[in-house]
Design a protein around this ligand. Structure first.
Ligand code: GDP
Ligand code: MN
Length: 396
């Protein structure tokens, strides 16, 4: 689950990571109130207005702006709230901005040498260890740094049984070229950041930029946080941070129905029980010359209701040209699933894309009979290859 910048910063702050202070606002009037409060608390004269959407590169798209007085705060907040923000990380249509973060200005006027670093914490799947990835080249796209100046990106891998060792935090500060107070502040920052990452059960932290001010403060100016969905049950307060306005509406609906659904770019909708079979089915679709339009695991209990919900979800995607149902009847009997498909089909009236159904396992024969005799435009297949051939036939 992805978080907004302001939510990510809240989590960082709760673990003692220094952050650029801010208050979220839904309206220009709230933005002005927030700015006044920040001036009282931090003494800041200028403020930054930052669009809160689940996408990076906001600065480039005009979603991060500096305001030098309260009138500008109000004007800029008015411009940004409600705008469709297009950044290198959004689609062409962009993302609607529902709220802004008003922050203190941490780039002091007249500070000619603020340093910006890049820092992320993530799992290195090749070694099975968490790592801190960091660079002297902050504030810019890290993919570009990786391509053009890979020697400026450093990694610190953490042994899971030891955790982050003090010498490792010092090495980070050293590699970033720091000394004196800034060195100390950076080791504190890294230590707190790593603790926040592990204790919040996150799968990604990306702080770009981490700022060093001329008076040697180390501050998180941005925060991209991805939490591990499978650990949300033990962080009820984080789970409540979900903003479904930022998520794919079909995926939200699927989650609410207890189905596991991931939207993809292809043209063949799939309905499968079991994640492994779903992966194999997606391979099958590719071999047949199609592209899966989604990953959908209806789970072990594929009854009529779930099947109907699943059909509904798949059909919401206008690029779907065919649907492949591939169900293994182990716990659930194939004939019951077949009946579910027939019922769902009848309930829904006219489904105008071809449907190929492969039911294998307990009572597969009965299931095939049911489908073949239903009088509906549903094709049945028994073998995997047969299903693939039928998908190929309807696509060509
Ligand atoms: P992103 O573009 O979505 O990554 O958003 P960021 O939060 O990283 O902000 C974009 C850029 O805005 C940063 O790289 C900074 O250069 C600038 N910025 C952020 N905070 C401040 C601030 O307090 N003062 C000034 N002057 N610039 C800021
Ligand atoms: Mn950023």
């Amino acid at each position: 689950m992805n978080l907004h910048e302001y939510q990510g910063k809240e989590i960082l702050n709760s673990f003692g990571v220094e952050i650029q202070r801010g208050i979220v606002a839904q309206t220009p009037a709230e933005a002005v109130e927030a700015a006044k409060k920040l001036t009282e608390e931090t003494g800041t004269g200028w403020h930054v207005i930052k669009a809160q959407v689940h996408a990076g590169g906001r600065g480039k798209g005009g979603g991060v702006k500096l305001a030098k007085n309260l009138k500008e705060v109000e004007e800029i907040a008015g411009d940004i709230i409600g705008m469709n923000l297009v950044t290198p990380q959004t689609s062409k249509e962009g993302k609607k901005v529902n709220q802004v973060l008003i922050t203190e200005d941490v780039y002091y006027p007249g500070d000619s040498e603020p340093e910006e670093y890049y820092m992320s914490v993530l799992l290195n799947r090749a070694t099975g260890k968490n790592m801190i990835m960091y660079s002297t080249e902050g504030g810019m796209n890290i993919e570009t740094v990786a391509e053009e100046t890979p020697h400026l990106i450093f990694n610190e891998e953490v042994d899971p049984s030891l955790g982050l060792m003090p010498f490792q935090a010092r090495r980070v500060a050293f590699n970033l070229g720091l000394s004196g107070k800034a060195f100390k502040q950076m080791t504190k920052f890294v230590t707190a950041l790593y603790k926040a990452y592990t204790e919040s059960d996150s799968s990604l932290f990306e702080i770009n930029p981490v700022l060093k001010t001329s008076d040697d403060k180390i501050i998180a100016v941005d925060a991209k946080v991805t939490l591990d969905d499978n650990a949300l049950f033990r962080h009820k307060d984080y789970a409540a941070m979900r903003d479904i306005r930022e998520e794919n509406p079909v995926e939200v609906e699927a989650r609410e129905a207890g189905l596991s659904y991931v939207d993809l770019d292809g043209n063949v909708g799939c309905m499968v029980n079991g994640a492994g079979l779903a992966m194999a089915t997606m391979d099958l679709i590719k071999q047949a010359g199609g592209e899966p339009a989604n990953f959908l695991d209806v789970g072990g209990t594929a009854d009529a209701e779930r099947v109907e919900t699943a059909f509904n979800l798949i059909l919401k995607d206008p690029s779907v040209k065919a649907i492949l149902v591939n169900i293994f009847g182990g716990i659930v009997r194939c004939d019951r699933v077949a009946q579910g498909i027939v019922d769902a089909y009848k309930n829904m009236g006219n489904i105008d894309v071809p449907i190929i159904v492969r039911l294998q396992g307990t009572n597969a024969d009965k299931a095939k009979e049911l489908i073949d005799n239903s009088g509906l435009a549903v094709e049945s297949a028994v073998e995997f290859q047969e299903a693939a051939d039928k998908v190929h036939a309807v696509l060509s």
